[in-house]
Design a protein around this ligand. Structure first.
Ligand code: ZN
Length: 455
């Protein structure tokens, strides 16, 4: 940020500028139409290979990177010009959709962009405070996040937390959304990511009560990003003990966030015990699922349902089908349940992020099993035209770690008295469901219908 002491600045401001502290000089842009921000501006993202004579950059400003019709970043252009970590940071920068925000260089450390003496003082006092940019420089951390054996959604969540890009109230306010940013757990502090995950009495109780036994009350003047990147760096992920520690750590962060969302959106009362118990259950499930990925003893020891003919004591018959749209790189699944009299019971369709064809269908199976179980039905026969799914389901093992987590969910249900079997059927029986799944790959979709007469 261009901060030269000028005579009309206040005494405090001039003195702080004189300290020449790099953190205090950090600016950030509020992006309107982008035409006032030069791509070469030192507070925009630097890129040595950026060629300003590129025909796609007629004005040499950030405005060239924006699709002004849809008011969104031109993803392909940004990704072709900048290295991946920088490109993803740019793509996460909000653009004003209402023209209420003009391009403006503001101070990075306050919510309204104005310089605050109190915050500057805190920054100068906190030697350990590492803003996300500093964390970013530690490439090893970014590599290691993906090595931790948790479902991809949890690794992605931790990645976003390290970027401080999860939508805490404080971050939403920073993006110009008018919102009360008080922490929903303690109603006492601003909900920043550091407060929410480290300093709030609620999360302190969760950390203290967890198997990790972390006393986050010992932390002061340290951001969650700095703490987390340090913990990830000092643990050798090749060591099983360290891997268990990082797994529990990631799962705890994710569970605190989910609990916070339940408090905010569903109005439940904050309960640290619930977080601690959920973390224990998930750690156990994911730990088993990933550690047995190579030697799948755990899955192969899954209690096999007694041999049943298709005409066995089934309460539900559920067809599952999926589709992959290569162009949009999106998958979707559909399931339809009928009872043994042929009456329609329920139907669901959902887009999926699973990486494999059996994975998509396993998601359908898990979802349908849970619906059946929630309605007191425990004997389900699945029909599918996918050989891969039938093989994975019957062997209880998959080559993809995420699919093993889905299998672990099914296994958990089986261990709790749920009886299910999968048989291969000709494609013609699933054709109409496949066509619906194809439609659901065109745009994200999640729907479920029940027959009120039966459920
Ligand atoms: Zn709080």
């Amino acid at each position: 940020m261009d901060c030269c002491p000028k005579p009309h600045y206040s005494w405090v401001w001039r003195n702080i500028i004189k300290q020449n502290h790099p953190i205090l000089r950090e600016g950030t842009w509020w992006v309107g139409d982008g035409y006032n921000i030069l791509l070469q501006h030192k507070d925009w993202y630097h890129c040595l290979s950026l060629n300003l004579h590129d025909q796609r950059l007629p004005t040499g400003t950030v405005g060239d990177l924006i699709d002004h019709n849809s008011v969104s970043w031109n993803h392909n252009l940004v990704r072709s010009l900048y290295p991946p970590p920088v490109a993803s940071q740019i793509l996460q920068t909000p653009i004003s959709r209402t023209k209420s925000v003009s391009d403006k260089l503001v101070w990075r450390h306050s919510y309204d962009g104005e310089y605050k003496v109190r915050i500057a003082y805190e920054l100068l006092n906190s030697e350990h405070l590492a803003p996300p940019q500093q964390v970013l420089r530690n490439q090893e951390v970014w590599y290691r996040i993906w090595k931790v054996k948790t479902p991809l959604k949890i690794n992605t969540f931790v990645w976003r937390l390290l970027h401080d890009s999860i939508p805490t109230f404080s971050n939403l306010k920073q993006r110009g959304i008018s919102i009360d940013s008080t922490c929903p757990f303690c109603n006492d502090h601003e909900e920043t990511s550091t407060h929410l995950f480290l300093l709030c009495p609620f999360s302190r109780a969760c950390w203290h009560g967890s198997s990790l036994g972390i006393h986050s009350s010992d932390f002061s003047n340290i951001s969650i990003q700095h703490w987390l990147s340090t913990v990830i760096t000092i643990h050798n992920y090749k060591d099983p003990g360290s891997m268990n520690y990082l797994q529990s750590l990631f799962i705890t962060l994710w569970t605190i966030w989910n609990h916070r969302n339940q408090v905010v959106h569903e109005g439940i009362s904050p309960n640290p015990m619930q977080v601690i118990l959920t973390v224990q259950t998930l750690s156990c499930r994911y730990g088993n699922a990933f550690s047995d990925q190579q030697n799948s003893n755990w899955f192969s020891s899954r209690p096999k349902p007694p041999t049943q003919s298709a005409a066995g004591p089934w309460q539900l018959i559920i067809k599952v089908a999926g589709f992959r749209n290569k162009k949009k790189n999106r998958r979707a699944y559909v399931y339809k349940a009928i009872n043994t009299q042929g009456d329609f019971m329920f139907f669901g369709v959902n887009s999926s992020l699973a990486r494999t064809a059996p994975g998509v269908l396993l998601e359908a199976v898990v979802e349908a099993c849970l619906i059946a179980k929630n309605h007191g039905l425990h004997h389900v026969l699945f029909l599918s035209d996918c050989r891969g799914l039938v093989k994975v389901f019957n062997s209880g093992r998959a080559s993809d770690g995420q699919d093993n987590v889905r299998l672990a969910d099914i296994n958990f249900l089986v261990l709790n008295g749920f009886l299910c079997k999968m048989i291969l059927v000709p494609h013609v029986l699933c054709k109409s469901l496949c066509n619906i799944a194809r439609q659901a790959t065109i745009m994200p979709l999640k729907l479920c219908w029940f027959n009120p007469a039966f459920l």
